[in-house]
Design a protein around this ligand. Structure first.
Ligand SMILES: CCCCC/C=C\C/C=C\C/C=C\C/C=C\CCCC(=O)SCCNC(=O)CCNC(=O)[C@H](O)C(C)(C)COP(=O)(O)OP(=O)(O)OC[C@H]1O[C@@H](n2cnc3c(N)ncnc32)[C@H](O)[C@@H]1OP(=O)(O)O
Length: 210
């Protein structure tokens, strides 16, 4: 179980770079594991080597994923975020940036690790990317919040292995509720997924921040 956000270690850039390099190698390993056609003996031998490497990393272990120095908000500084976290091999990662007018945007490509229907992106993966982008857009209005609702419209299949764009923007704020919408666009410029969401700033979070 991860500790509270306030207890997180913040990584300096010098500390983060080699760990991001490690995650990039593990990302390659995950794809290799999904696509490999080695024989049974080789699969077992590689599994044993990986187990030994895992033990080396576990030798010195944090209680919870660390934060990055960069990023204006606490959640978008999460180094282990499963969408944008450079230290998380499960994250593509999607590098999300916000413009001065509050638009959150990122370009990314998803490989076979994220396959849902054959040759297309898994719908849950698209939802995860949009949840993150819309959540960051909501945070651009001030505090941000937890996803209370997320509605997706899958307009056409999202291709694997091709450059995709995610874009999101908050539309309005009503008390602790923040509404946002966004899209994933394919390489041909056509929208593949549309999303709308409502984020709610938890009451106790506002109390903590005072
Ligand atoms: C750990 C704290 C984090 C806080 C976040 C703060 C800042 C964020 C900063 C930066 C963010 C940067 C990037 C964001 C990145 C990623 C986004 C991904 C986020 C997630 O991946 S997040 C995981 C999935 N998410 C959950 O796990 C939520 C579980 N849930 C709850 O934690 C509570 O349920 C909560 C907090 C939602 C509300 O709880 P609460 O007690 O604060 O609010 P309360 O019940 O008083 O409702 C107040 C008004 O919202 C209406 N309302 C509430 N919930 C509704 C719903 N679901 N549908 C329709 N309306 C709803 C009520 O009807 C009332 O409306 P009205 O005032 O009009 O009556």
């Amino acid at each position: 179980m991860s500790g509270a956000m306030t207890e997180r270690h913040t990584l300096g850039e010098d500390e983060a770079a080699p760990l991001a390099g490690l995650a990039a190698r593990v990302r390659e390993l995950i794809e290799a594991a999904v696509l490999t056609d080695v024989g049974r003996d080789e699969a077992r031998a590689v599994a044993d080597e990986i187990a030994a490497l895992t033990e080396r990393l576990r030798a010195v272990r944090r209680d919870a994923p660390p934060f990055l120095v960069t990023g204006a908000h606490r959640i978008d500084r999460q180094a282990g975020n499963p969408v944008s976290g450079p230290l998380n091999p499960v994250a593509p990662p999607v590098d999300l940036d916000a413009t001065a007018d509050g638009i959150v945007r990122g370009e990314f490509t998803l490989n076979d690790v994220y396959e849902g229907p054959p040759s297309y992106v898994h719908g849950g993966v698209s939802a995860m990317v949009l949840d993150q982008a819309l959540g960051m857009a909501a945070a651009q209005t001030g505090v941000g919040g937890m996803t209370a609702t997320l509605e997706l419209r899958y307009r056409r299949p999202t291709p694997l292995g091709m450059p995709l764009t995610v874009e999101a923007k908050a539309s309005r704020v009503e008390g602790r509720k923040i509404y946002a919408s966004g899209t994933i666009t394919g390489p041909d410029g056509r929208v593949t997924v549309e999303a709308t969401a409502m984020f709610v700033t938890p009451q106790n979070f506002l109390v903590q921040e005072r």
